[in-house]
Design a protein around this ligand. Structure first.
Ligand SMILES: NC(=O)c1ccc[n+]([C@@H]2O[C@H](COP(=O)([O-])OP(=O)(O)OC[C@H]3O[C@@H](n4cnc5c(N)ncnc54)[C@H](O)[C@@H]3O)[C@@H](O)[C@H]2O)c1
Length: 262
C-alpha cells in the first residue's frame, strides 16, 4: 500500500481520469474526498471505492467558485482533519477560435482550468504547511506545451504548468511537493461530443502516437500515484508528460521521411 492512511482530495473525480485516480489511490490505502460538479458522478465514484473496501466522501463543488472550494476544503478538514494529497483534475474545454469565442466562454475556460488550481491550493495549503507535508498534483495537458488548438483551454493549461513550478519553489520549504502531469489523448467521456460527430476519431488520433494507441485513464492514474507517493519524495516542480510519445517529436513527419505511414 503506497498511500496508507493518506487523505486525498481529487477534483473532477466523478469521471474519466479523476475517477481512475480516486479509485487507484483508494486501492493503495488512501481515504478519498471525491469532488465533482455533478453529485451523481461523485456518488458513483464513492460507490466504486466502497465496493472495493475503501473509504470515500462525495462533495459537490464548482472548482471555479471560491465559496464552493472553501466549503469543499472545510468538508475534508471536518471529516478527516487534514488533506495530504490534492489532485487538481477538474476541467472543461470549450471553443477553439478566438474570432468566434465570446468573452464569457473565454472566462469560463480560464476559471475552471486555471483559477481553480489557485483556489483549491489556497484552501488546502494551510493544512499541508501545518503538518509539514503535502503533495499537489495538477493535471494539465500536452495542449499546455505546444499549439494543438482549443485556445482558451490550452492557454489555461500552460498557466497551470507555470503555476505548478512557482508553487514548487514557494512551498518546498514546508515539504509540500507540487508537480504537473501533461496527458496526451486519453479515452474518457470528455471525448463523447467529438465521438458523436466522428466515431473513428480516437483511431485516427492513435496514428499520431509512437506507441500506436491513445491513452487510458489508468495510464495517468499510475503516474499520479507515483507523484503522490513517497517514491517521489525528492520530486517537485516536475512536468511529467504521459503521452505515448506524442511530444517526443513529429512522428508523422518522421514516418514520411522514412517512407512509412500514409
Ligand atoms: N481526456 C483527455 O484526452 C485529456 C487529455 C489531456 C488532459 N486531460 C485533462 O485531464 C483532466 C480530466 O479529464 P477527463 O478526460 O477525465 O474529463 P471528464 O470530462 O471525463 O471528467 C471531468 C470531470 O470534471 C468535472 N467537472 C467539470 N467542471 C467542473 C467544475 N467546474 N467543478 C468541479 N468539477 C467539474 C466533470 O463533472 C467531470 O466529472 C482534465 O484536467 C483534462 O483537461 C484530459
Amino acid at each position: 500500500m503506497r498511500l496508507q492512511d493518506r487523505i486525498a482530495l481529487v477534483t473532477g473525480a466523478g469521471s474519466g481520469i479523476g475517477q481512475a485516480i480516486a479509485t487507484l489511490f483508494a486501492q493503495e490505502g488512501a481515504t478519498i474526498v471525491v469532488a465533482d460538479r455533478v453529485l451523481e458522478r461523485a456518488q458513483t465514484t464513492v460507490e466504486l471505492i466502497q465496493a472495493a473496501g475503501g473509504v470515500a466522501l462525495a462533495v459537490v463543488v464548482d472548482v471555479a467558485q471560491k465559496e464552493a472550494v472553501d466549503h469543499l476544503a472545510a468538508q475534508a478538514l471536518t471529516h478527516y482533519g487534514r488533506v495530504d494529497i490534492l489532485v487538481n483534475n477538474a476541467a472543461i474545454s470549450d471553443g477553439d477560435d478566438i474570432l468566434t469565442i465570446d468573452e464569457a466562454t473565454w472566462d469560463r475556460n480560464l476559471n475552471i482550468v486555471l483559477k481553480s488550481v489557485y483556489l483549491c491550493a489556497k484552501a488546502v495549503l494551510p493544512s499541508m504547511i501545518e503538518q509539514q507535508r503535502g503533495a499537489i498534483i495538477n493535471i494539465a495537458s500536452v495542449n499546455g506545451l505546444t499549439g494543438l488548438g482549443e485556445e482558451p483551454y490550452s492557454a489555461a493549461k500552460a498557466g497551470v504548468i507555470n503555476l505548478t513550478q512557482n508553487m514548487a519553489l514557494k512551498y518546498g520549504k514546508y515539504n509540500v511537493r507540487t508537480n504537473v502531469i501533461c496527458p496526451g489523448t486519453i479515452h474518457t467521456p470528455i471525448w463523447n461530443r467529438v465521438l458523436e460527430k466522428d466515431p473513428q476519431v480516437l483511431e485516427k488520433l492513435a496514428k499520431w502516437y509512437p506507441l500506436g494507441r491513445v491513452g487510458q485513464p489508468d495510464d495517468i492514474a499510475k503516474a499520479a500515484l507515483y507523484l503522490a507517493s513517497e517514491d517521489a519524495a525528492w520530486v517537485t516542480g516536475t512536468t511529467l508528460t504521459v503521452d505515448g510519445g506524442l511530444m517526443a517529436g513529429n512522428f508523422r513527419m518522421n514516418q514520411a521521411l522514412q517512407g512509412e505511414g500514409e
